[in-house]
Design a protein around this ligand. Structure first.
Ligand code: PEP
Ligand code: MN
Length: 336
């Protein structure tokens, strides 16, 4: 981090500032110019309060030259983190597919989809029980009963389950859930992230609708800084000026995230596009871009789905996508 001091800053006060920075365990590189002084900080500046520094009367500007996230940073953890859950692996050359309906609707629906996606090669079952919806009048999920039905599907198929937590008040219902999903709308629910950092389960952290890559990594850092280092990042499209798709899949985020962090990255082409016909090409693109997995919405009868039917694919179509994904994974040297 570099601090540029104001012209003709009081030398006594500058000494005081330097003492306080040293007191925080930081090394100091000082350069005195004719007009102003520049202080280079060496060491872990992640815990430094940059706003307080900026507010200091002596300070002109403060510039970060390294990333504010440490635990998620590949610089400090070169090898890929591999997250394993119920036989599925993400990262380190392992690729896993999560599939299932947007929402759990009935036992028959979730169990039949689970059996079909498993037969096609999915390693985890998804399904929303508590649904964040834009309209309060839309179907908001079967809630606790939805989790019970997911557990029945898990028992019948052996597939681990992934479902979204929309409020910490419901956390006690998630004891047998294998991966807790933090939805796009909760990516910056910092209380939730900190609490999930204390739980012993992998977290699927979806990128916020309007969040930068750095903000996504800082949210992962929230979870990791409380002790839970098992975070899977999910690129699910961001909001842009384009209205032809539900969101815009930021495919460049995938290889970039793989450079910046050791955490696994999965792509959700369903929420990224809102369009069933785009799931196949974008799933293939995700593999080639270096993703560690996919999350795809699959429904037995999309026109009658209670949520996100337009972007959901039938199990037979999912089977065809899995054939292509498997072939591409082989070419890319990934284990699926
Ligand atoms: C979901 O995966 O069901 C979902 C609501 O996704 P997102 O949070 O990405 O909108
Ligand atoms: Mn959905």
């Amino acid at each position: 981090m570099i601090i540029v001091l104001k012209n003709h800053a009081d030398p006594h006060k500058v000494e005081g500032l330097i003492r306080s920075l040293k007191g925080q365990g930081l090394g100091i590189h000082r350069s005195d110019g004719t007009q102003s002084t520049i202080i280079g900080l060496v060491g872990d500046t992640s815990k430094l309060d940059i706003d307080a520094l900026q507010a200091n009367e002596l300070v002109q500007t403060v510039k970060r030259v390294s990333e504010p996230y440490k635990l998620a940073n590949r610089k400090f953890h070169q090898d890929d983190t591999v997250i394993e859950v119920g036989g599925a692996k993400f990262g380190g050359g392992n690729f896993s597919v999560i599939a299932g309906p947007c929402s759990v609707e009935s036992e028959e629906q979730i169990v039949s989809v689970a059996k079909k996606v498993k037969a096609s090669g999915a390693k985890l079952l998804r399904g929303g029980a508590f649904k964040p919806r834009t309209s309060p009048y839309a179907f908001r999920g079967l809630k606790a009963e939805g989790i019970e039905l997911l557990l029945i599907a898990k028992k019948e198929t052996g597939l681990p389950i992934v479902t979204e937590l929309t409020s910490l008040n419901h956390l006690h219902l998630y004891n047998d859930v294998d991966i807790i999903q933090v939805g796009a709308r909760n990516m910056q629910n910092f209380e939730m992230l900190s609490e999930l950092g204390k739980c012993n389960k992998p977290i699927l952290l979806k990128r916020g609708l309007s969040s930068t890559i750095e903000e996504l990594l800082m949210s992962a850092e929230y979870i990791m800084s409380e002790g839970n280092e098992r975070v899977i990042l999910c690129e699910r499209g961001i909001r842009t000026f384009e209205t032809a798709t539900r969101n815009t899949l930021d495919i460049s985020a995938v290889p970039l995230l793989k450079q910046l962090t050791h955490l696994p990255v999965v792509v959700d082409p369903s929420h990224a596009t809102g369009n069933a016909s785009l799931i196949m090409p974008l799933s293939k693109t995700a593999v080639v871009a270096g993703a560690d997995g996919l999350m795809i919405e699959v429904h037995p009868d999309p026109p009658h789905a209670l949520c996100d039917g337009k972007q959901s694919i039938r199990p037979d179509r999912f089977d065809g996508i899995m054939d292509s994904v498997k072939a591409l994974c082989r070419m890319e040297g990934k284990v699926l």
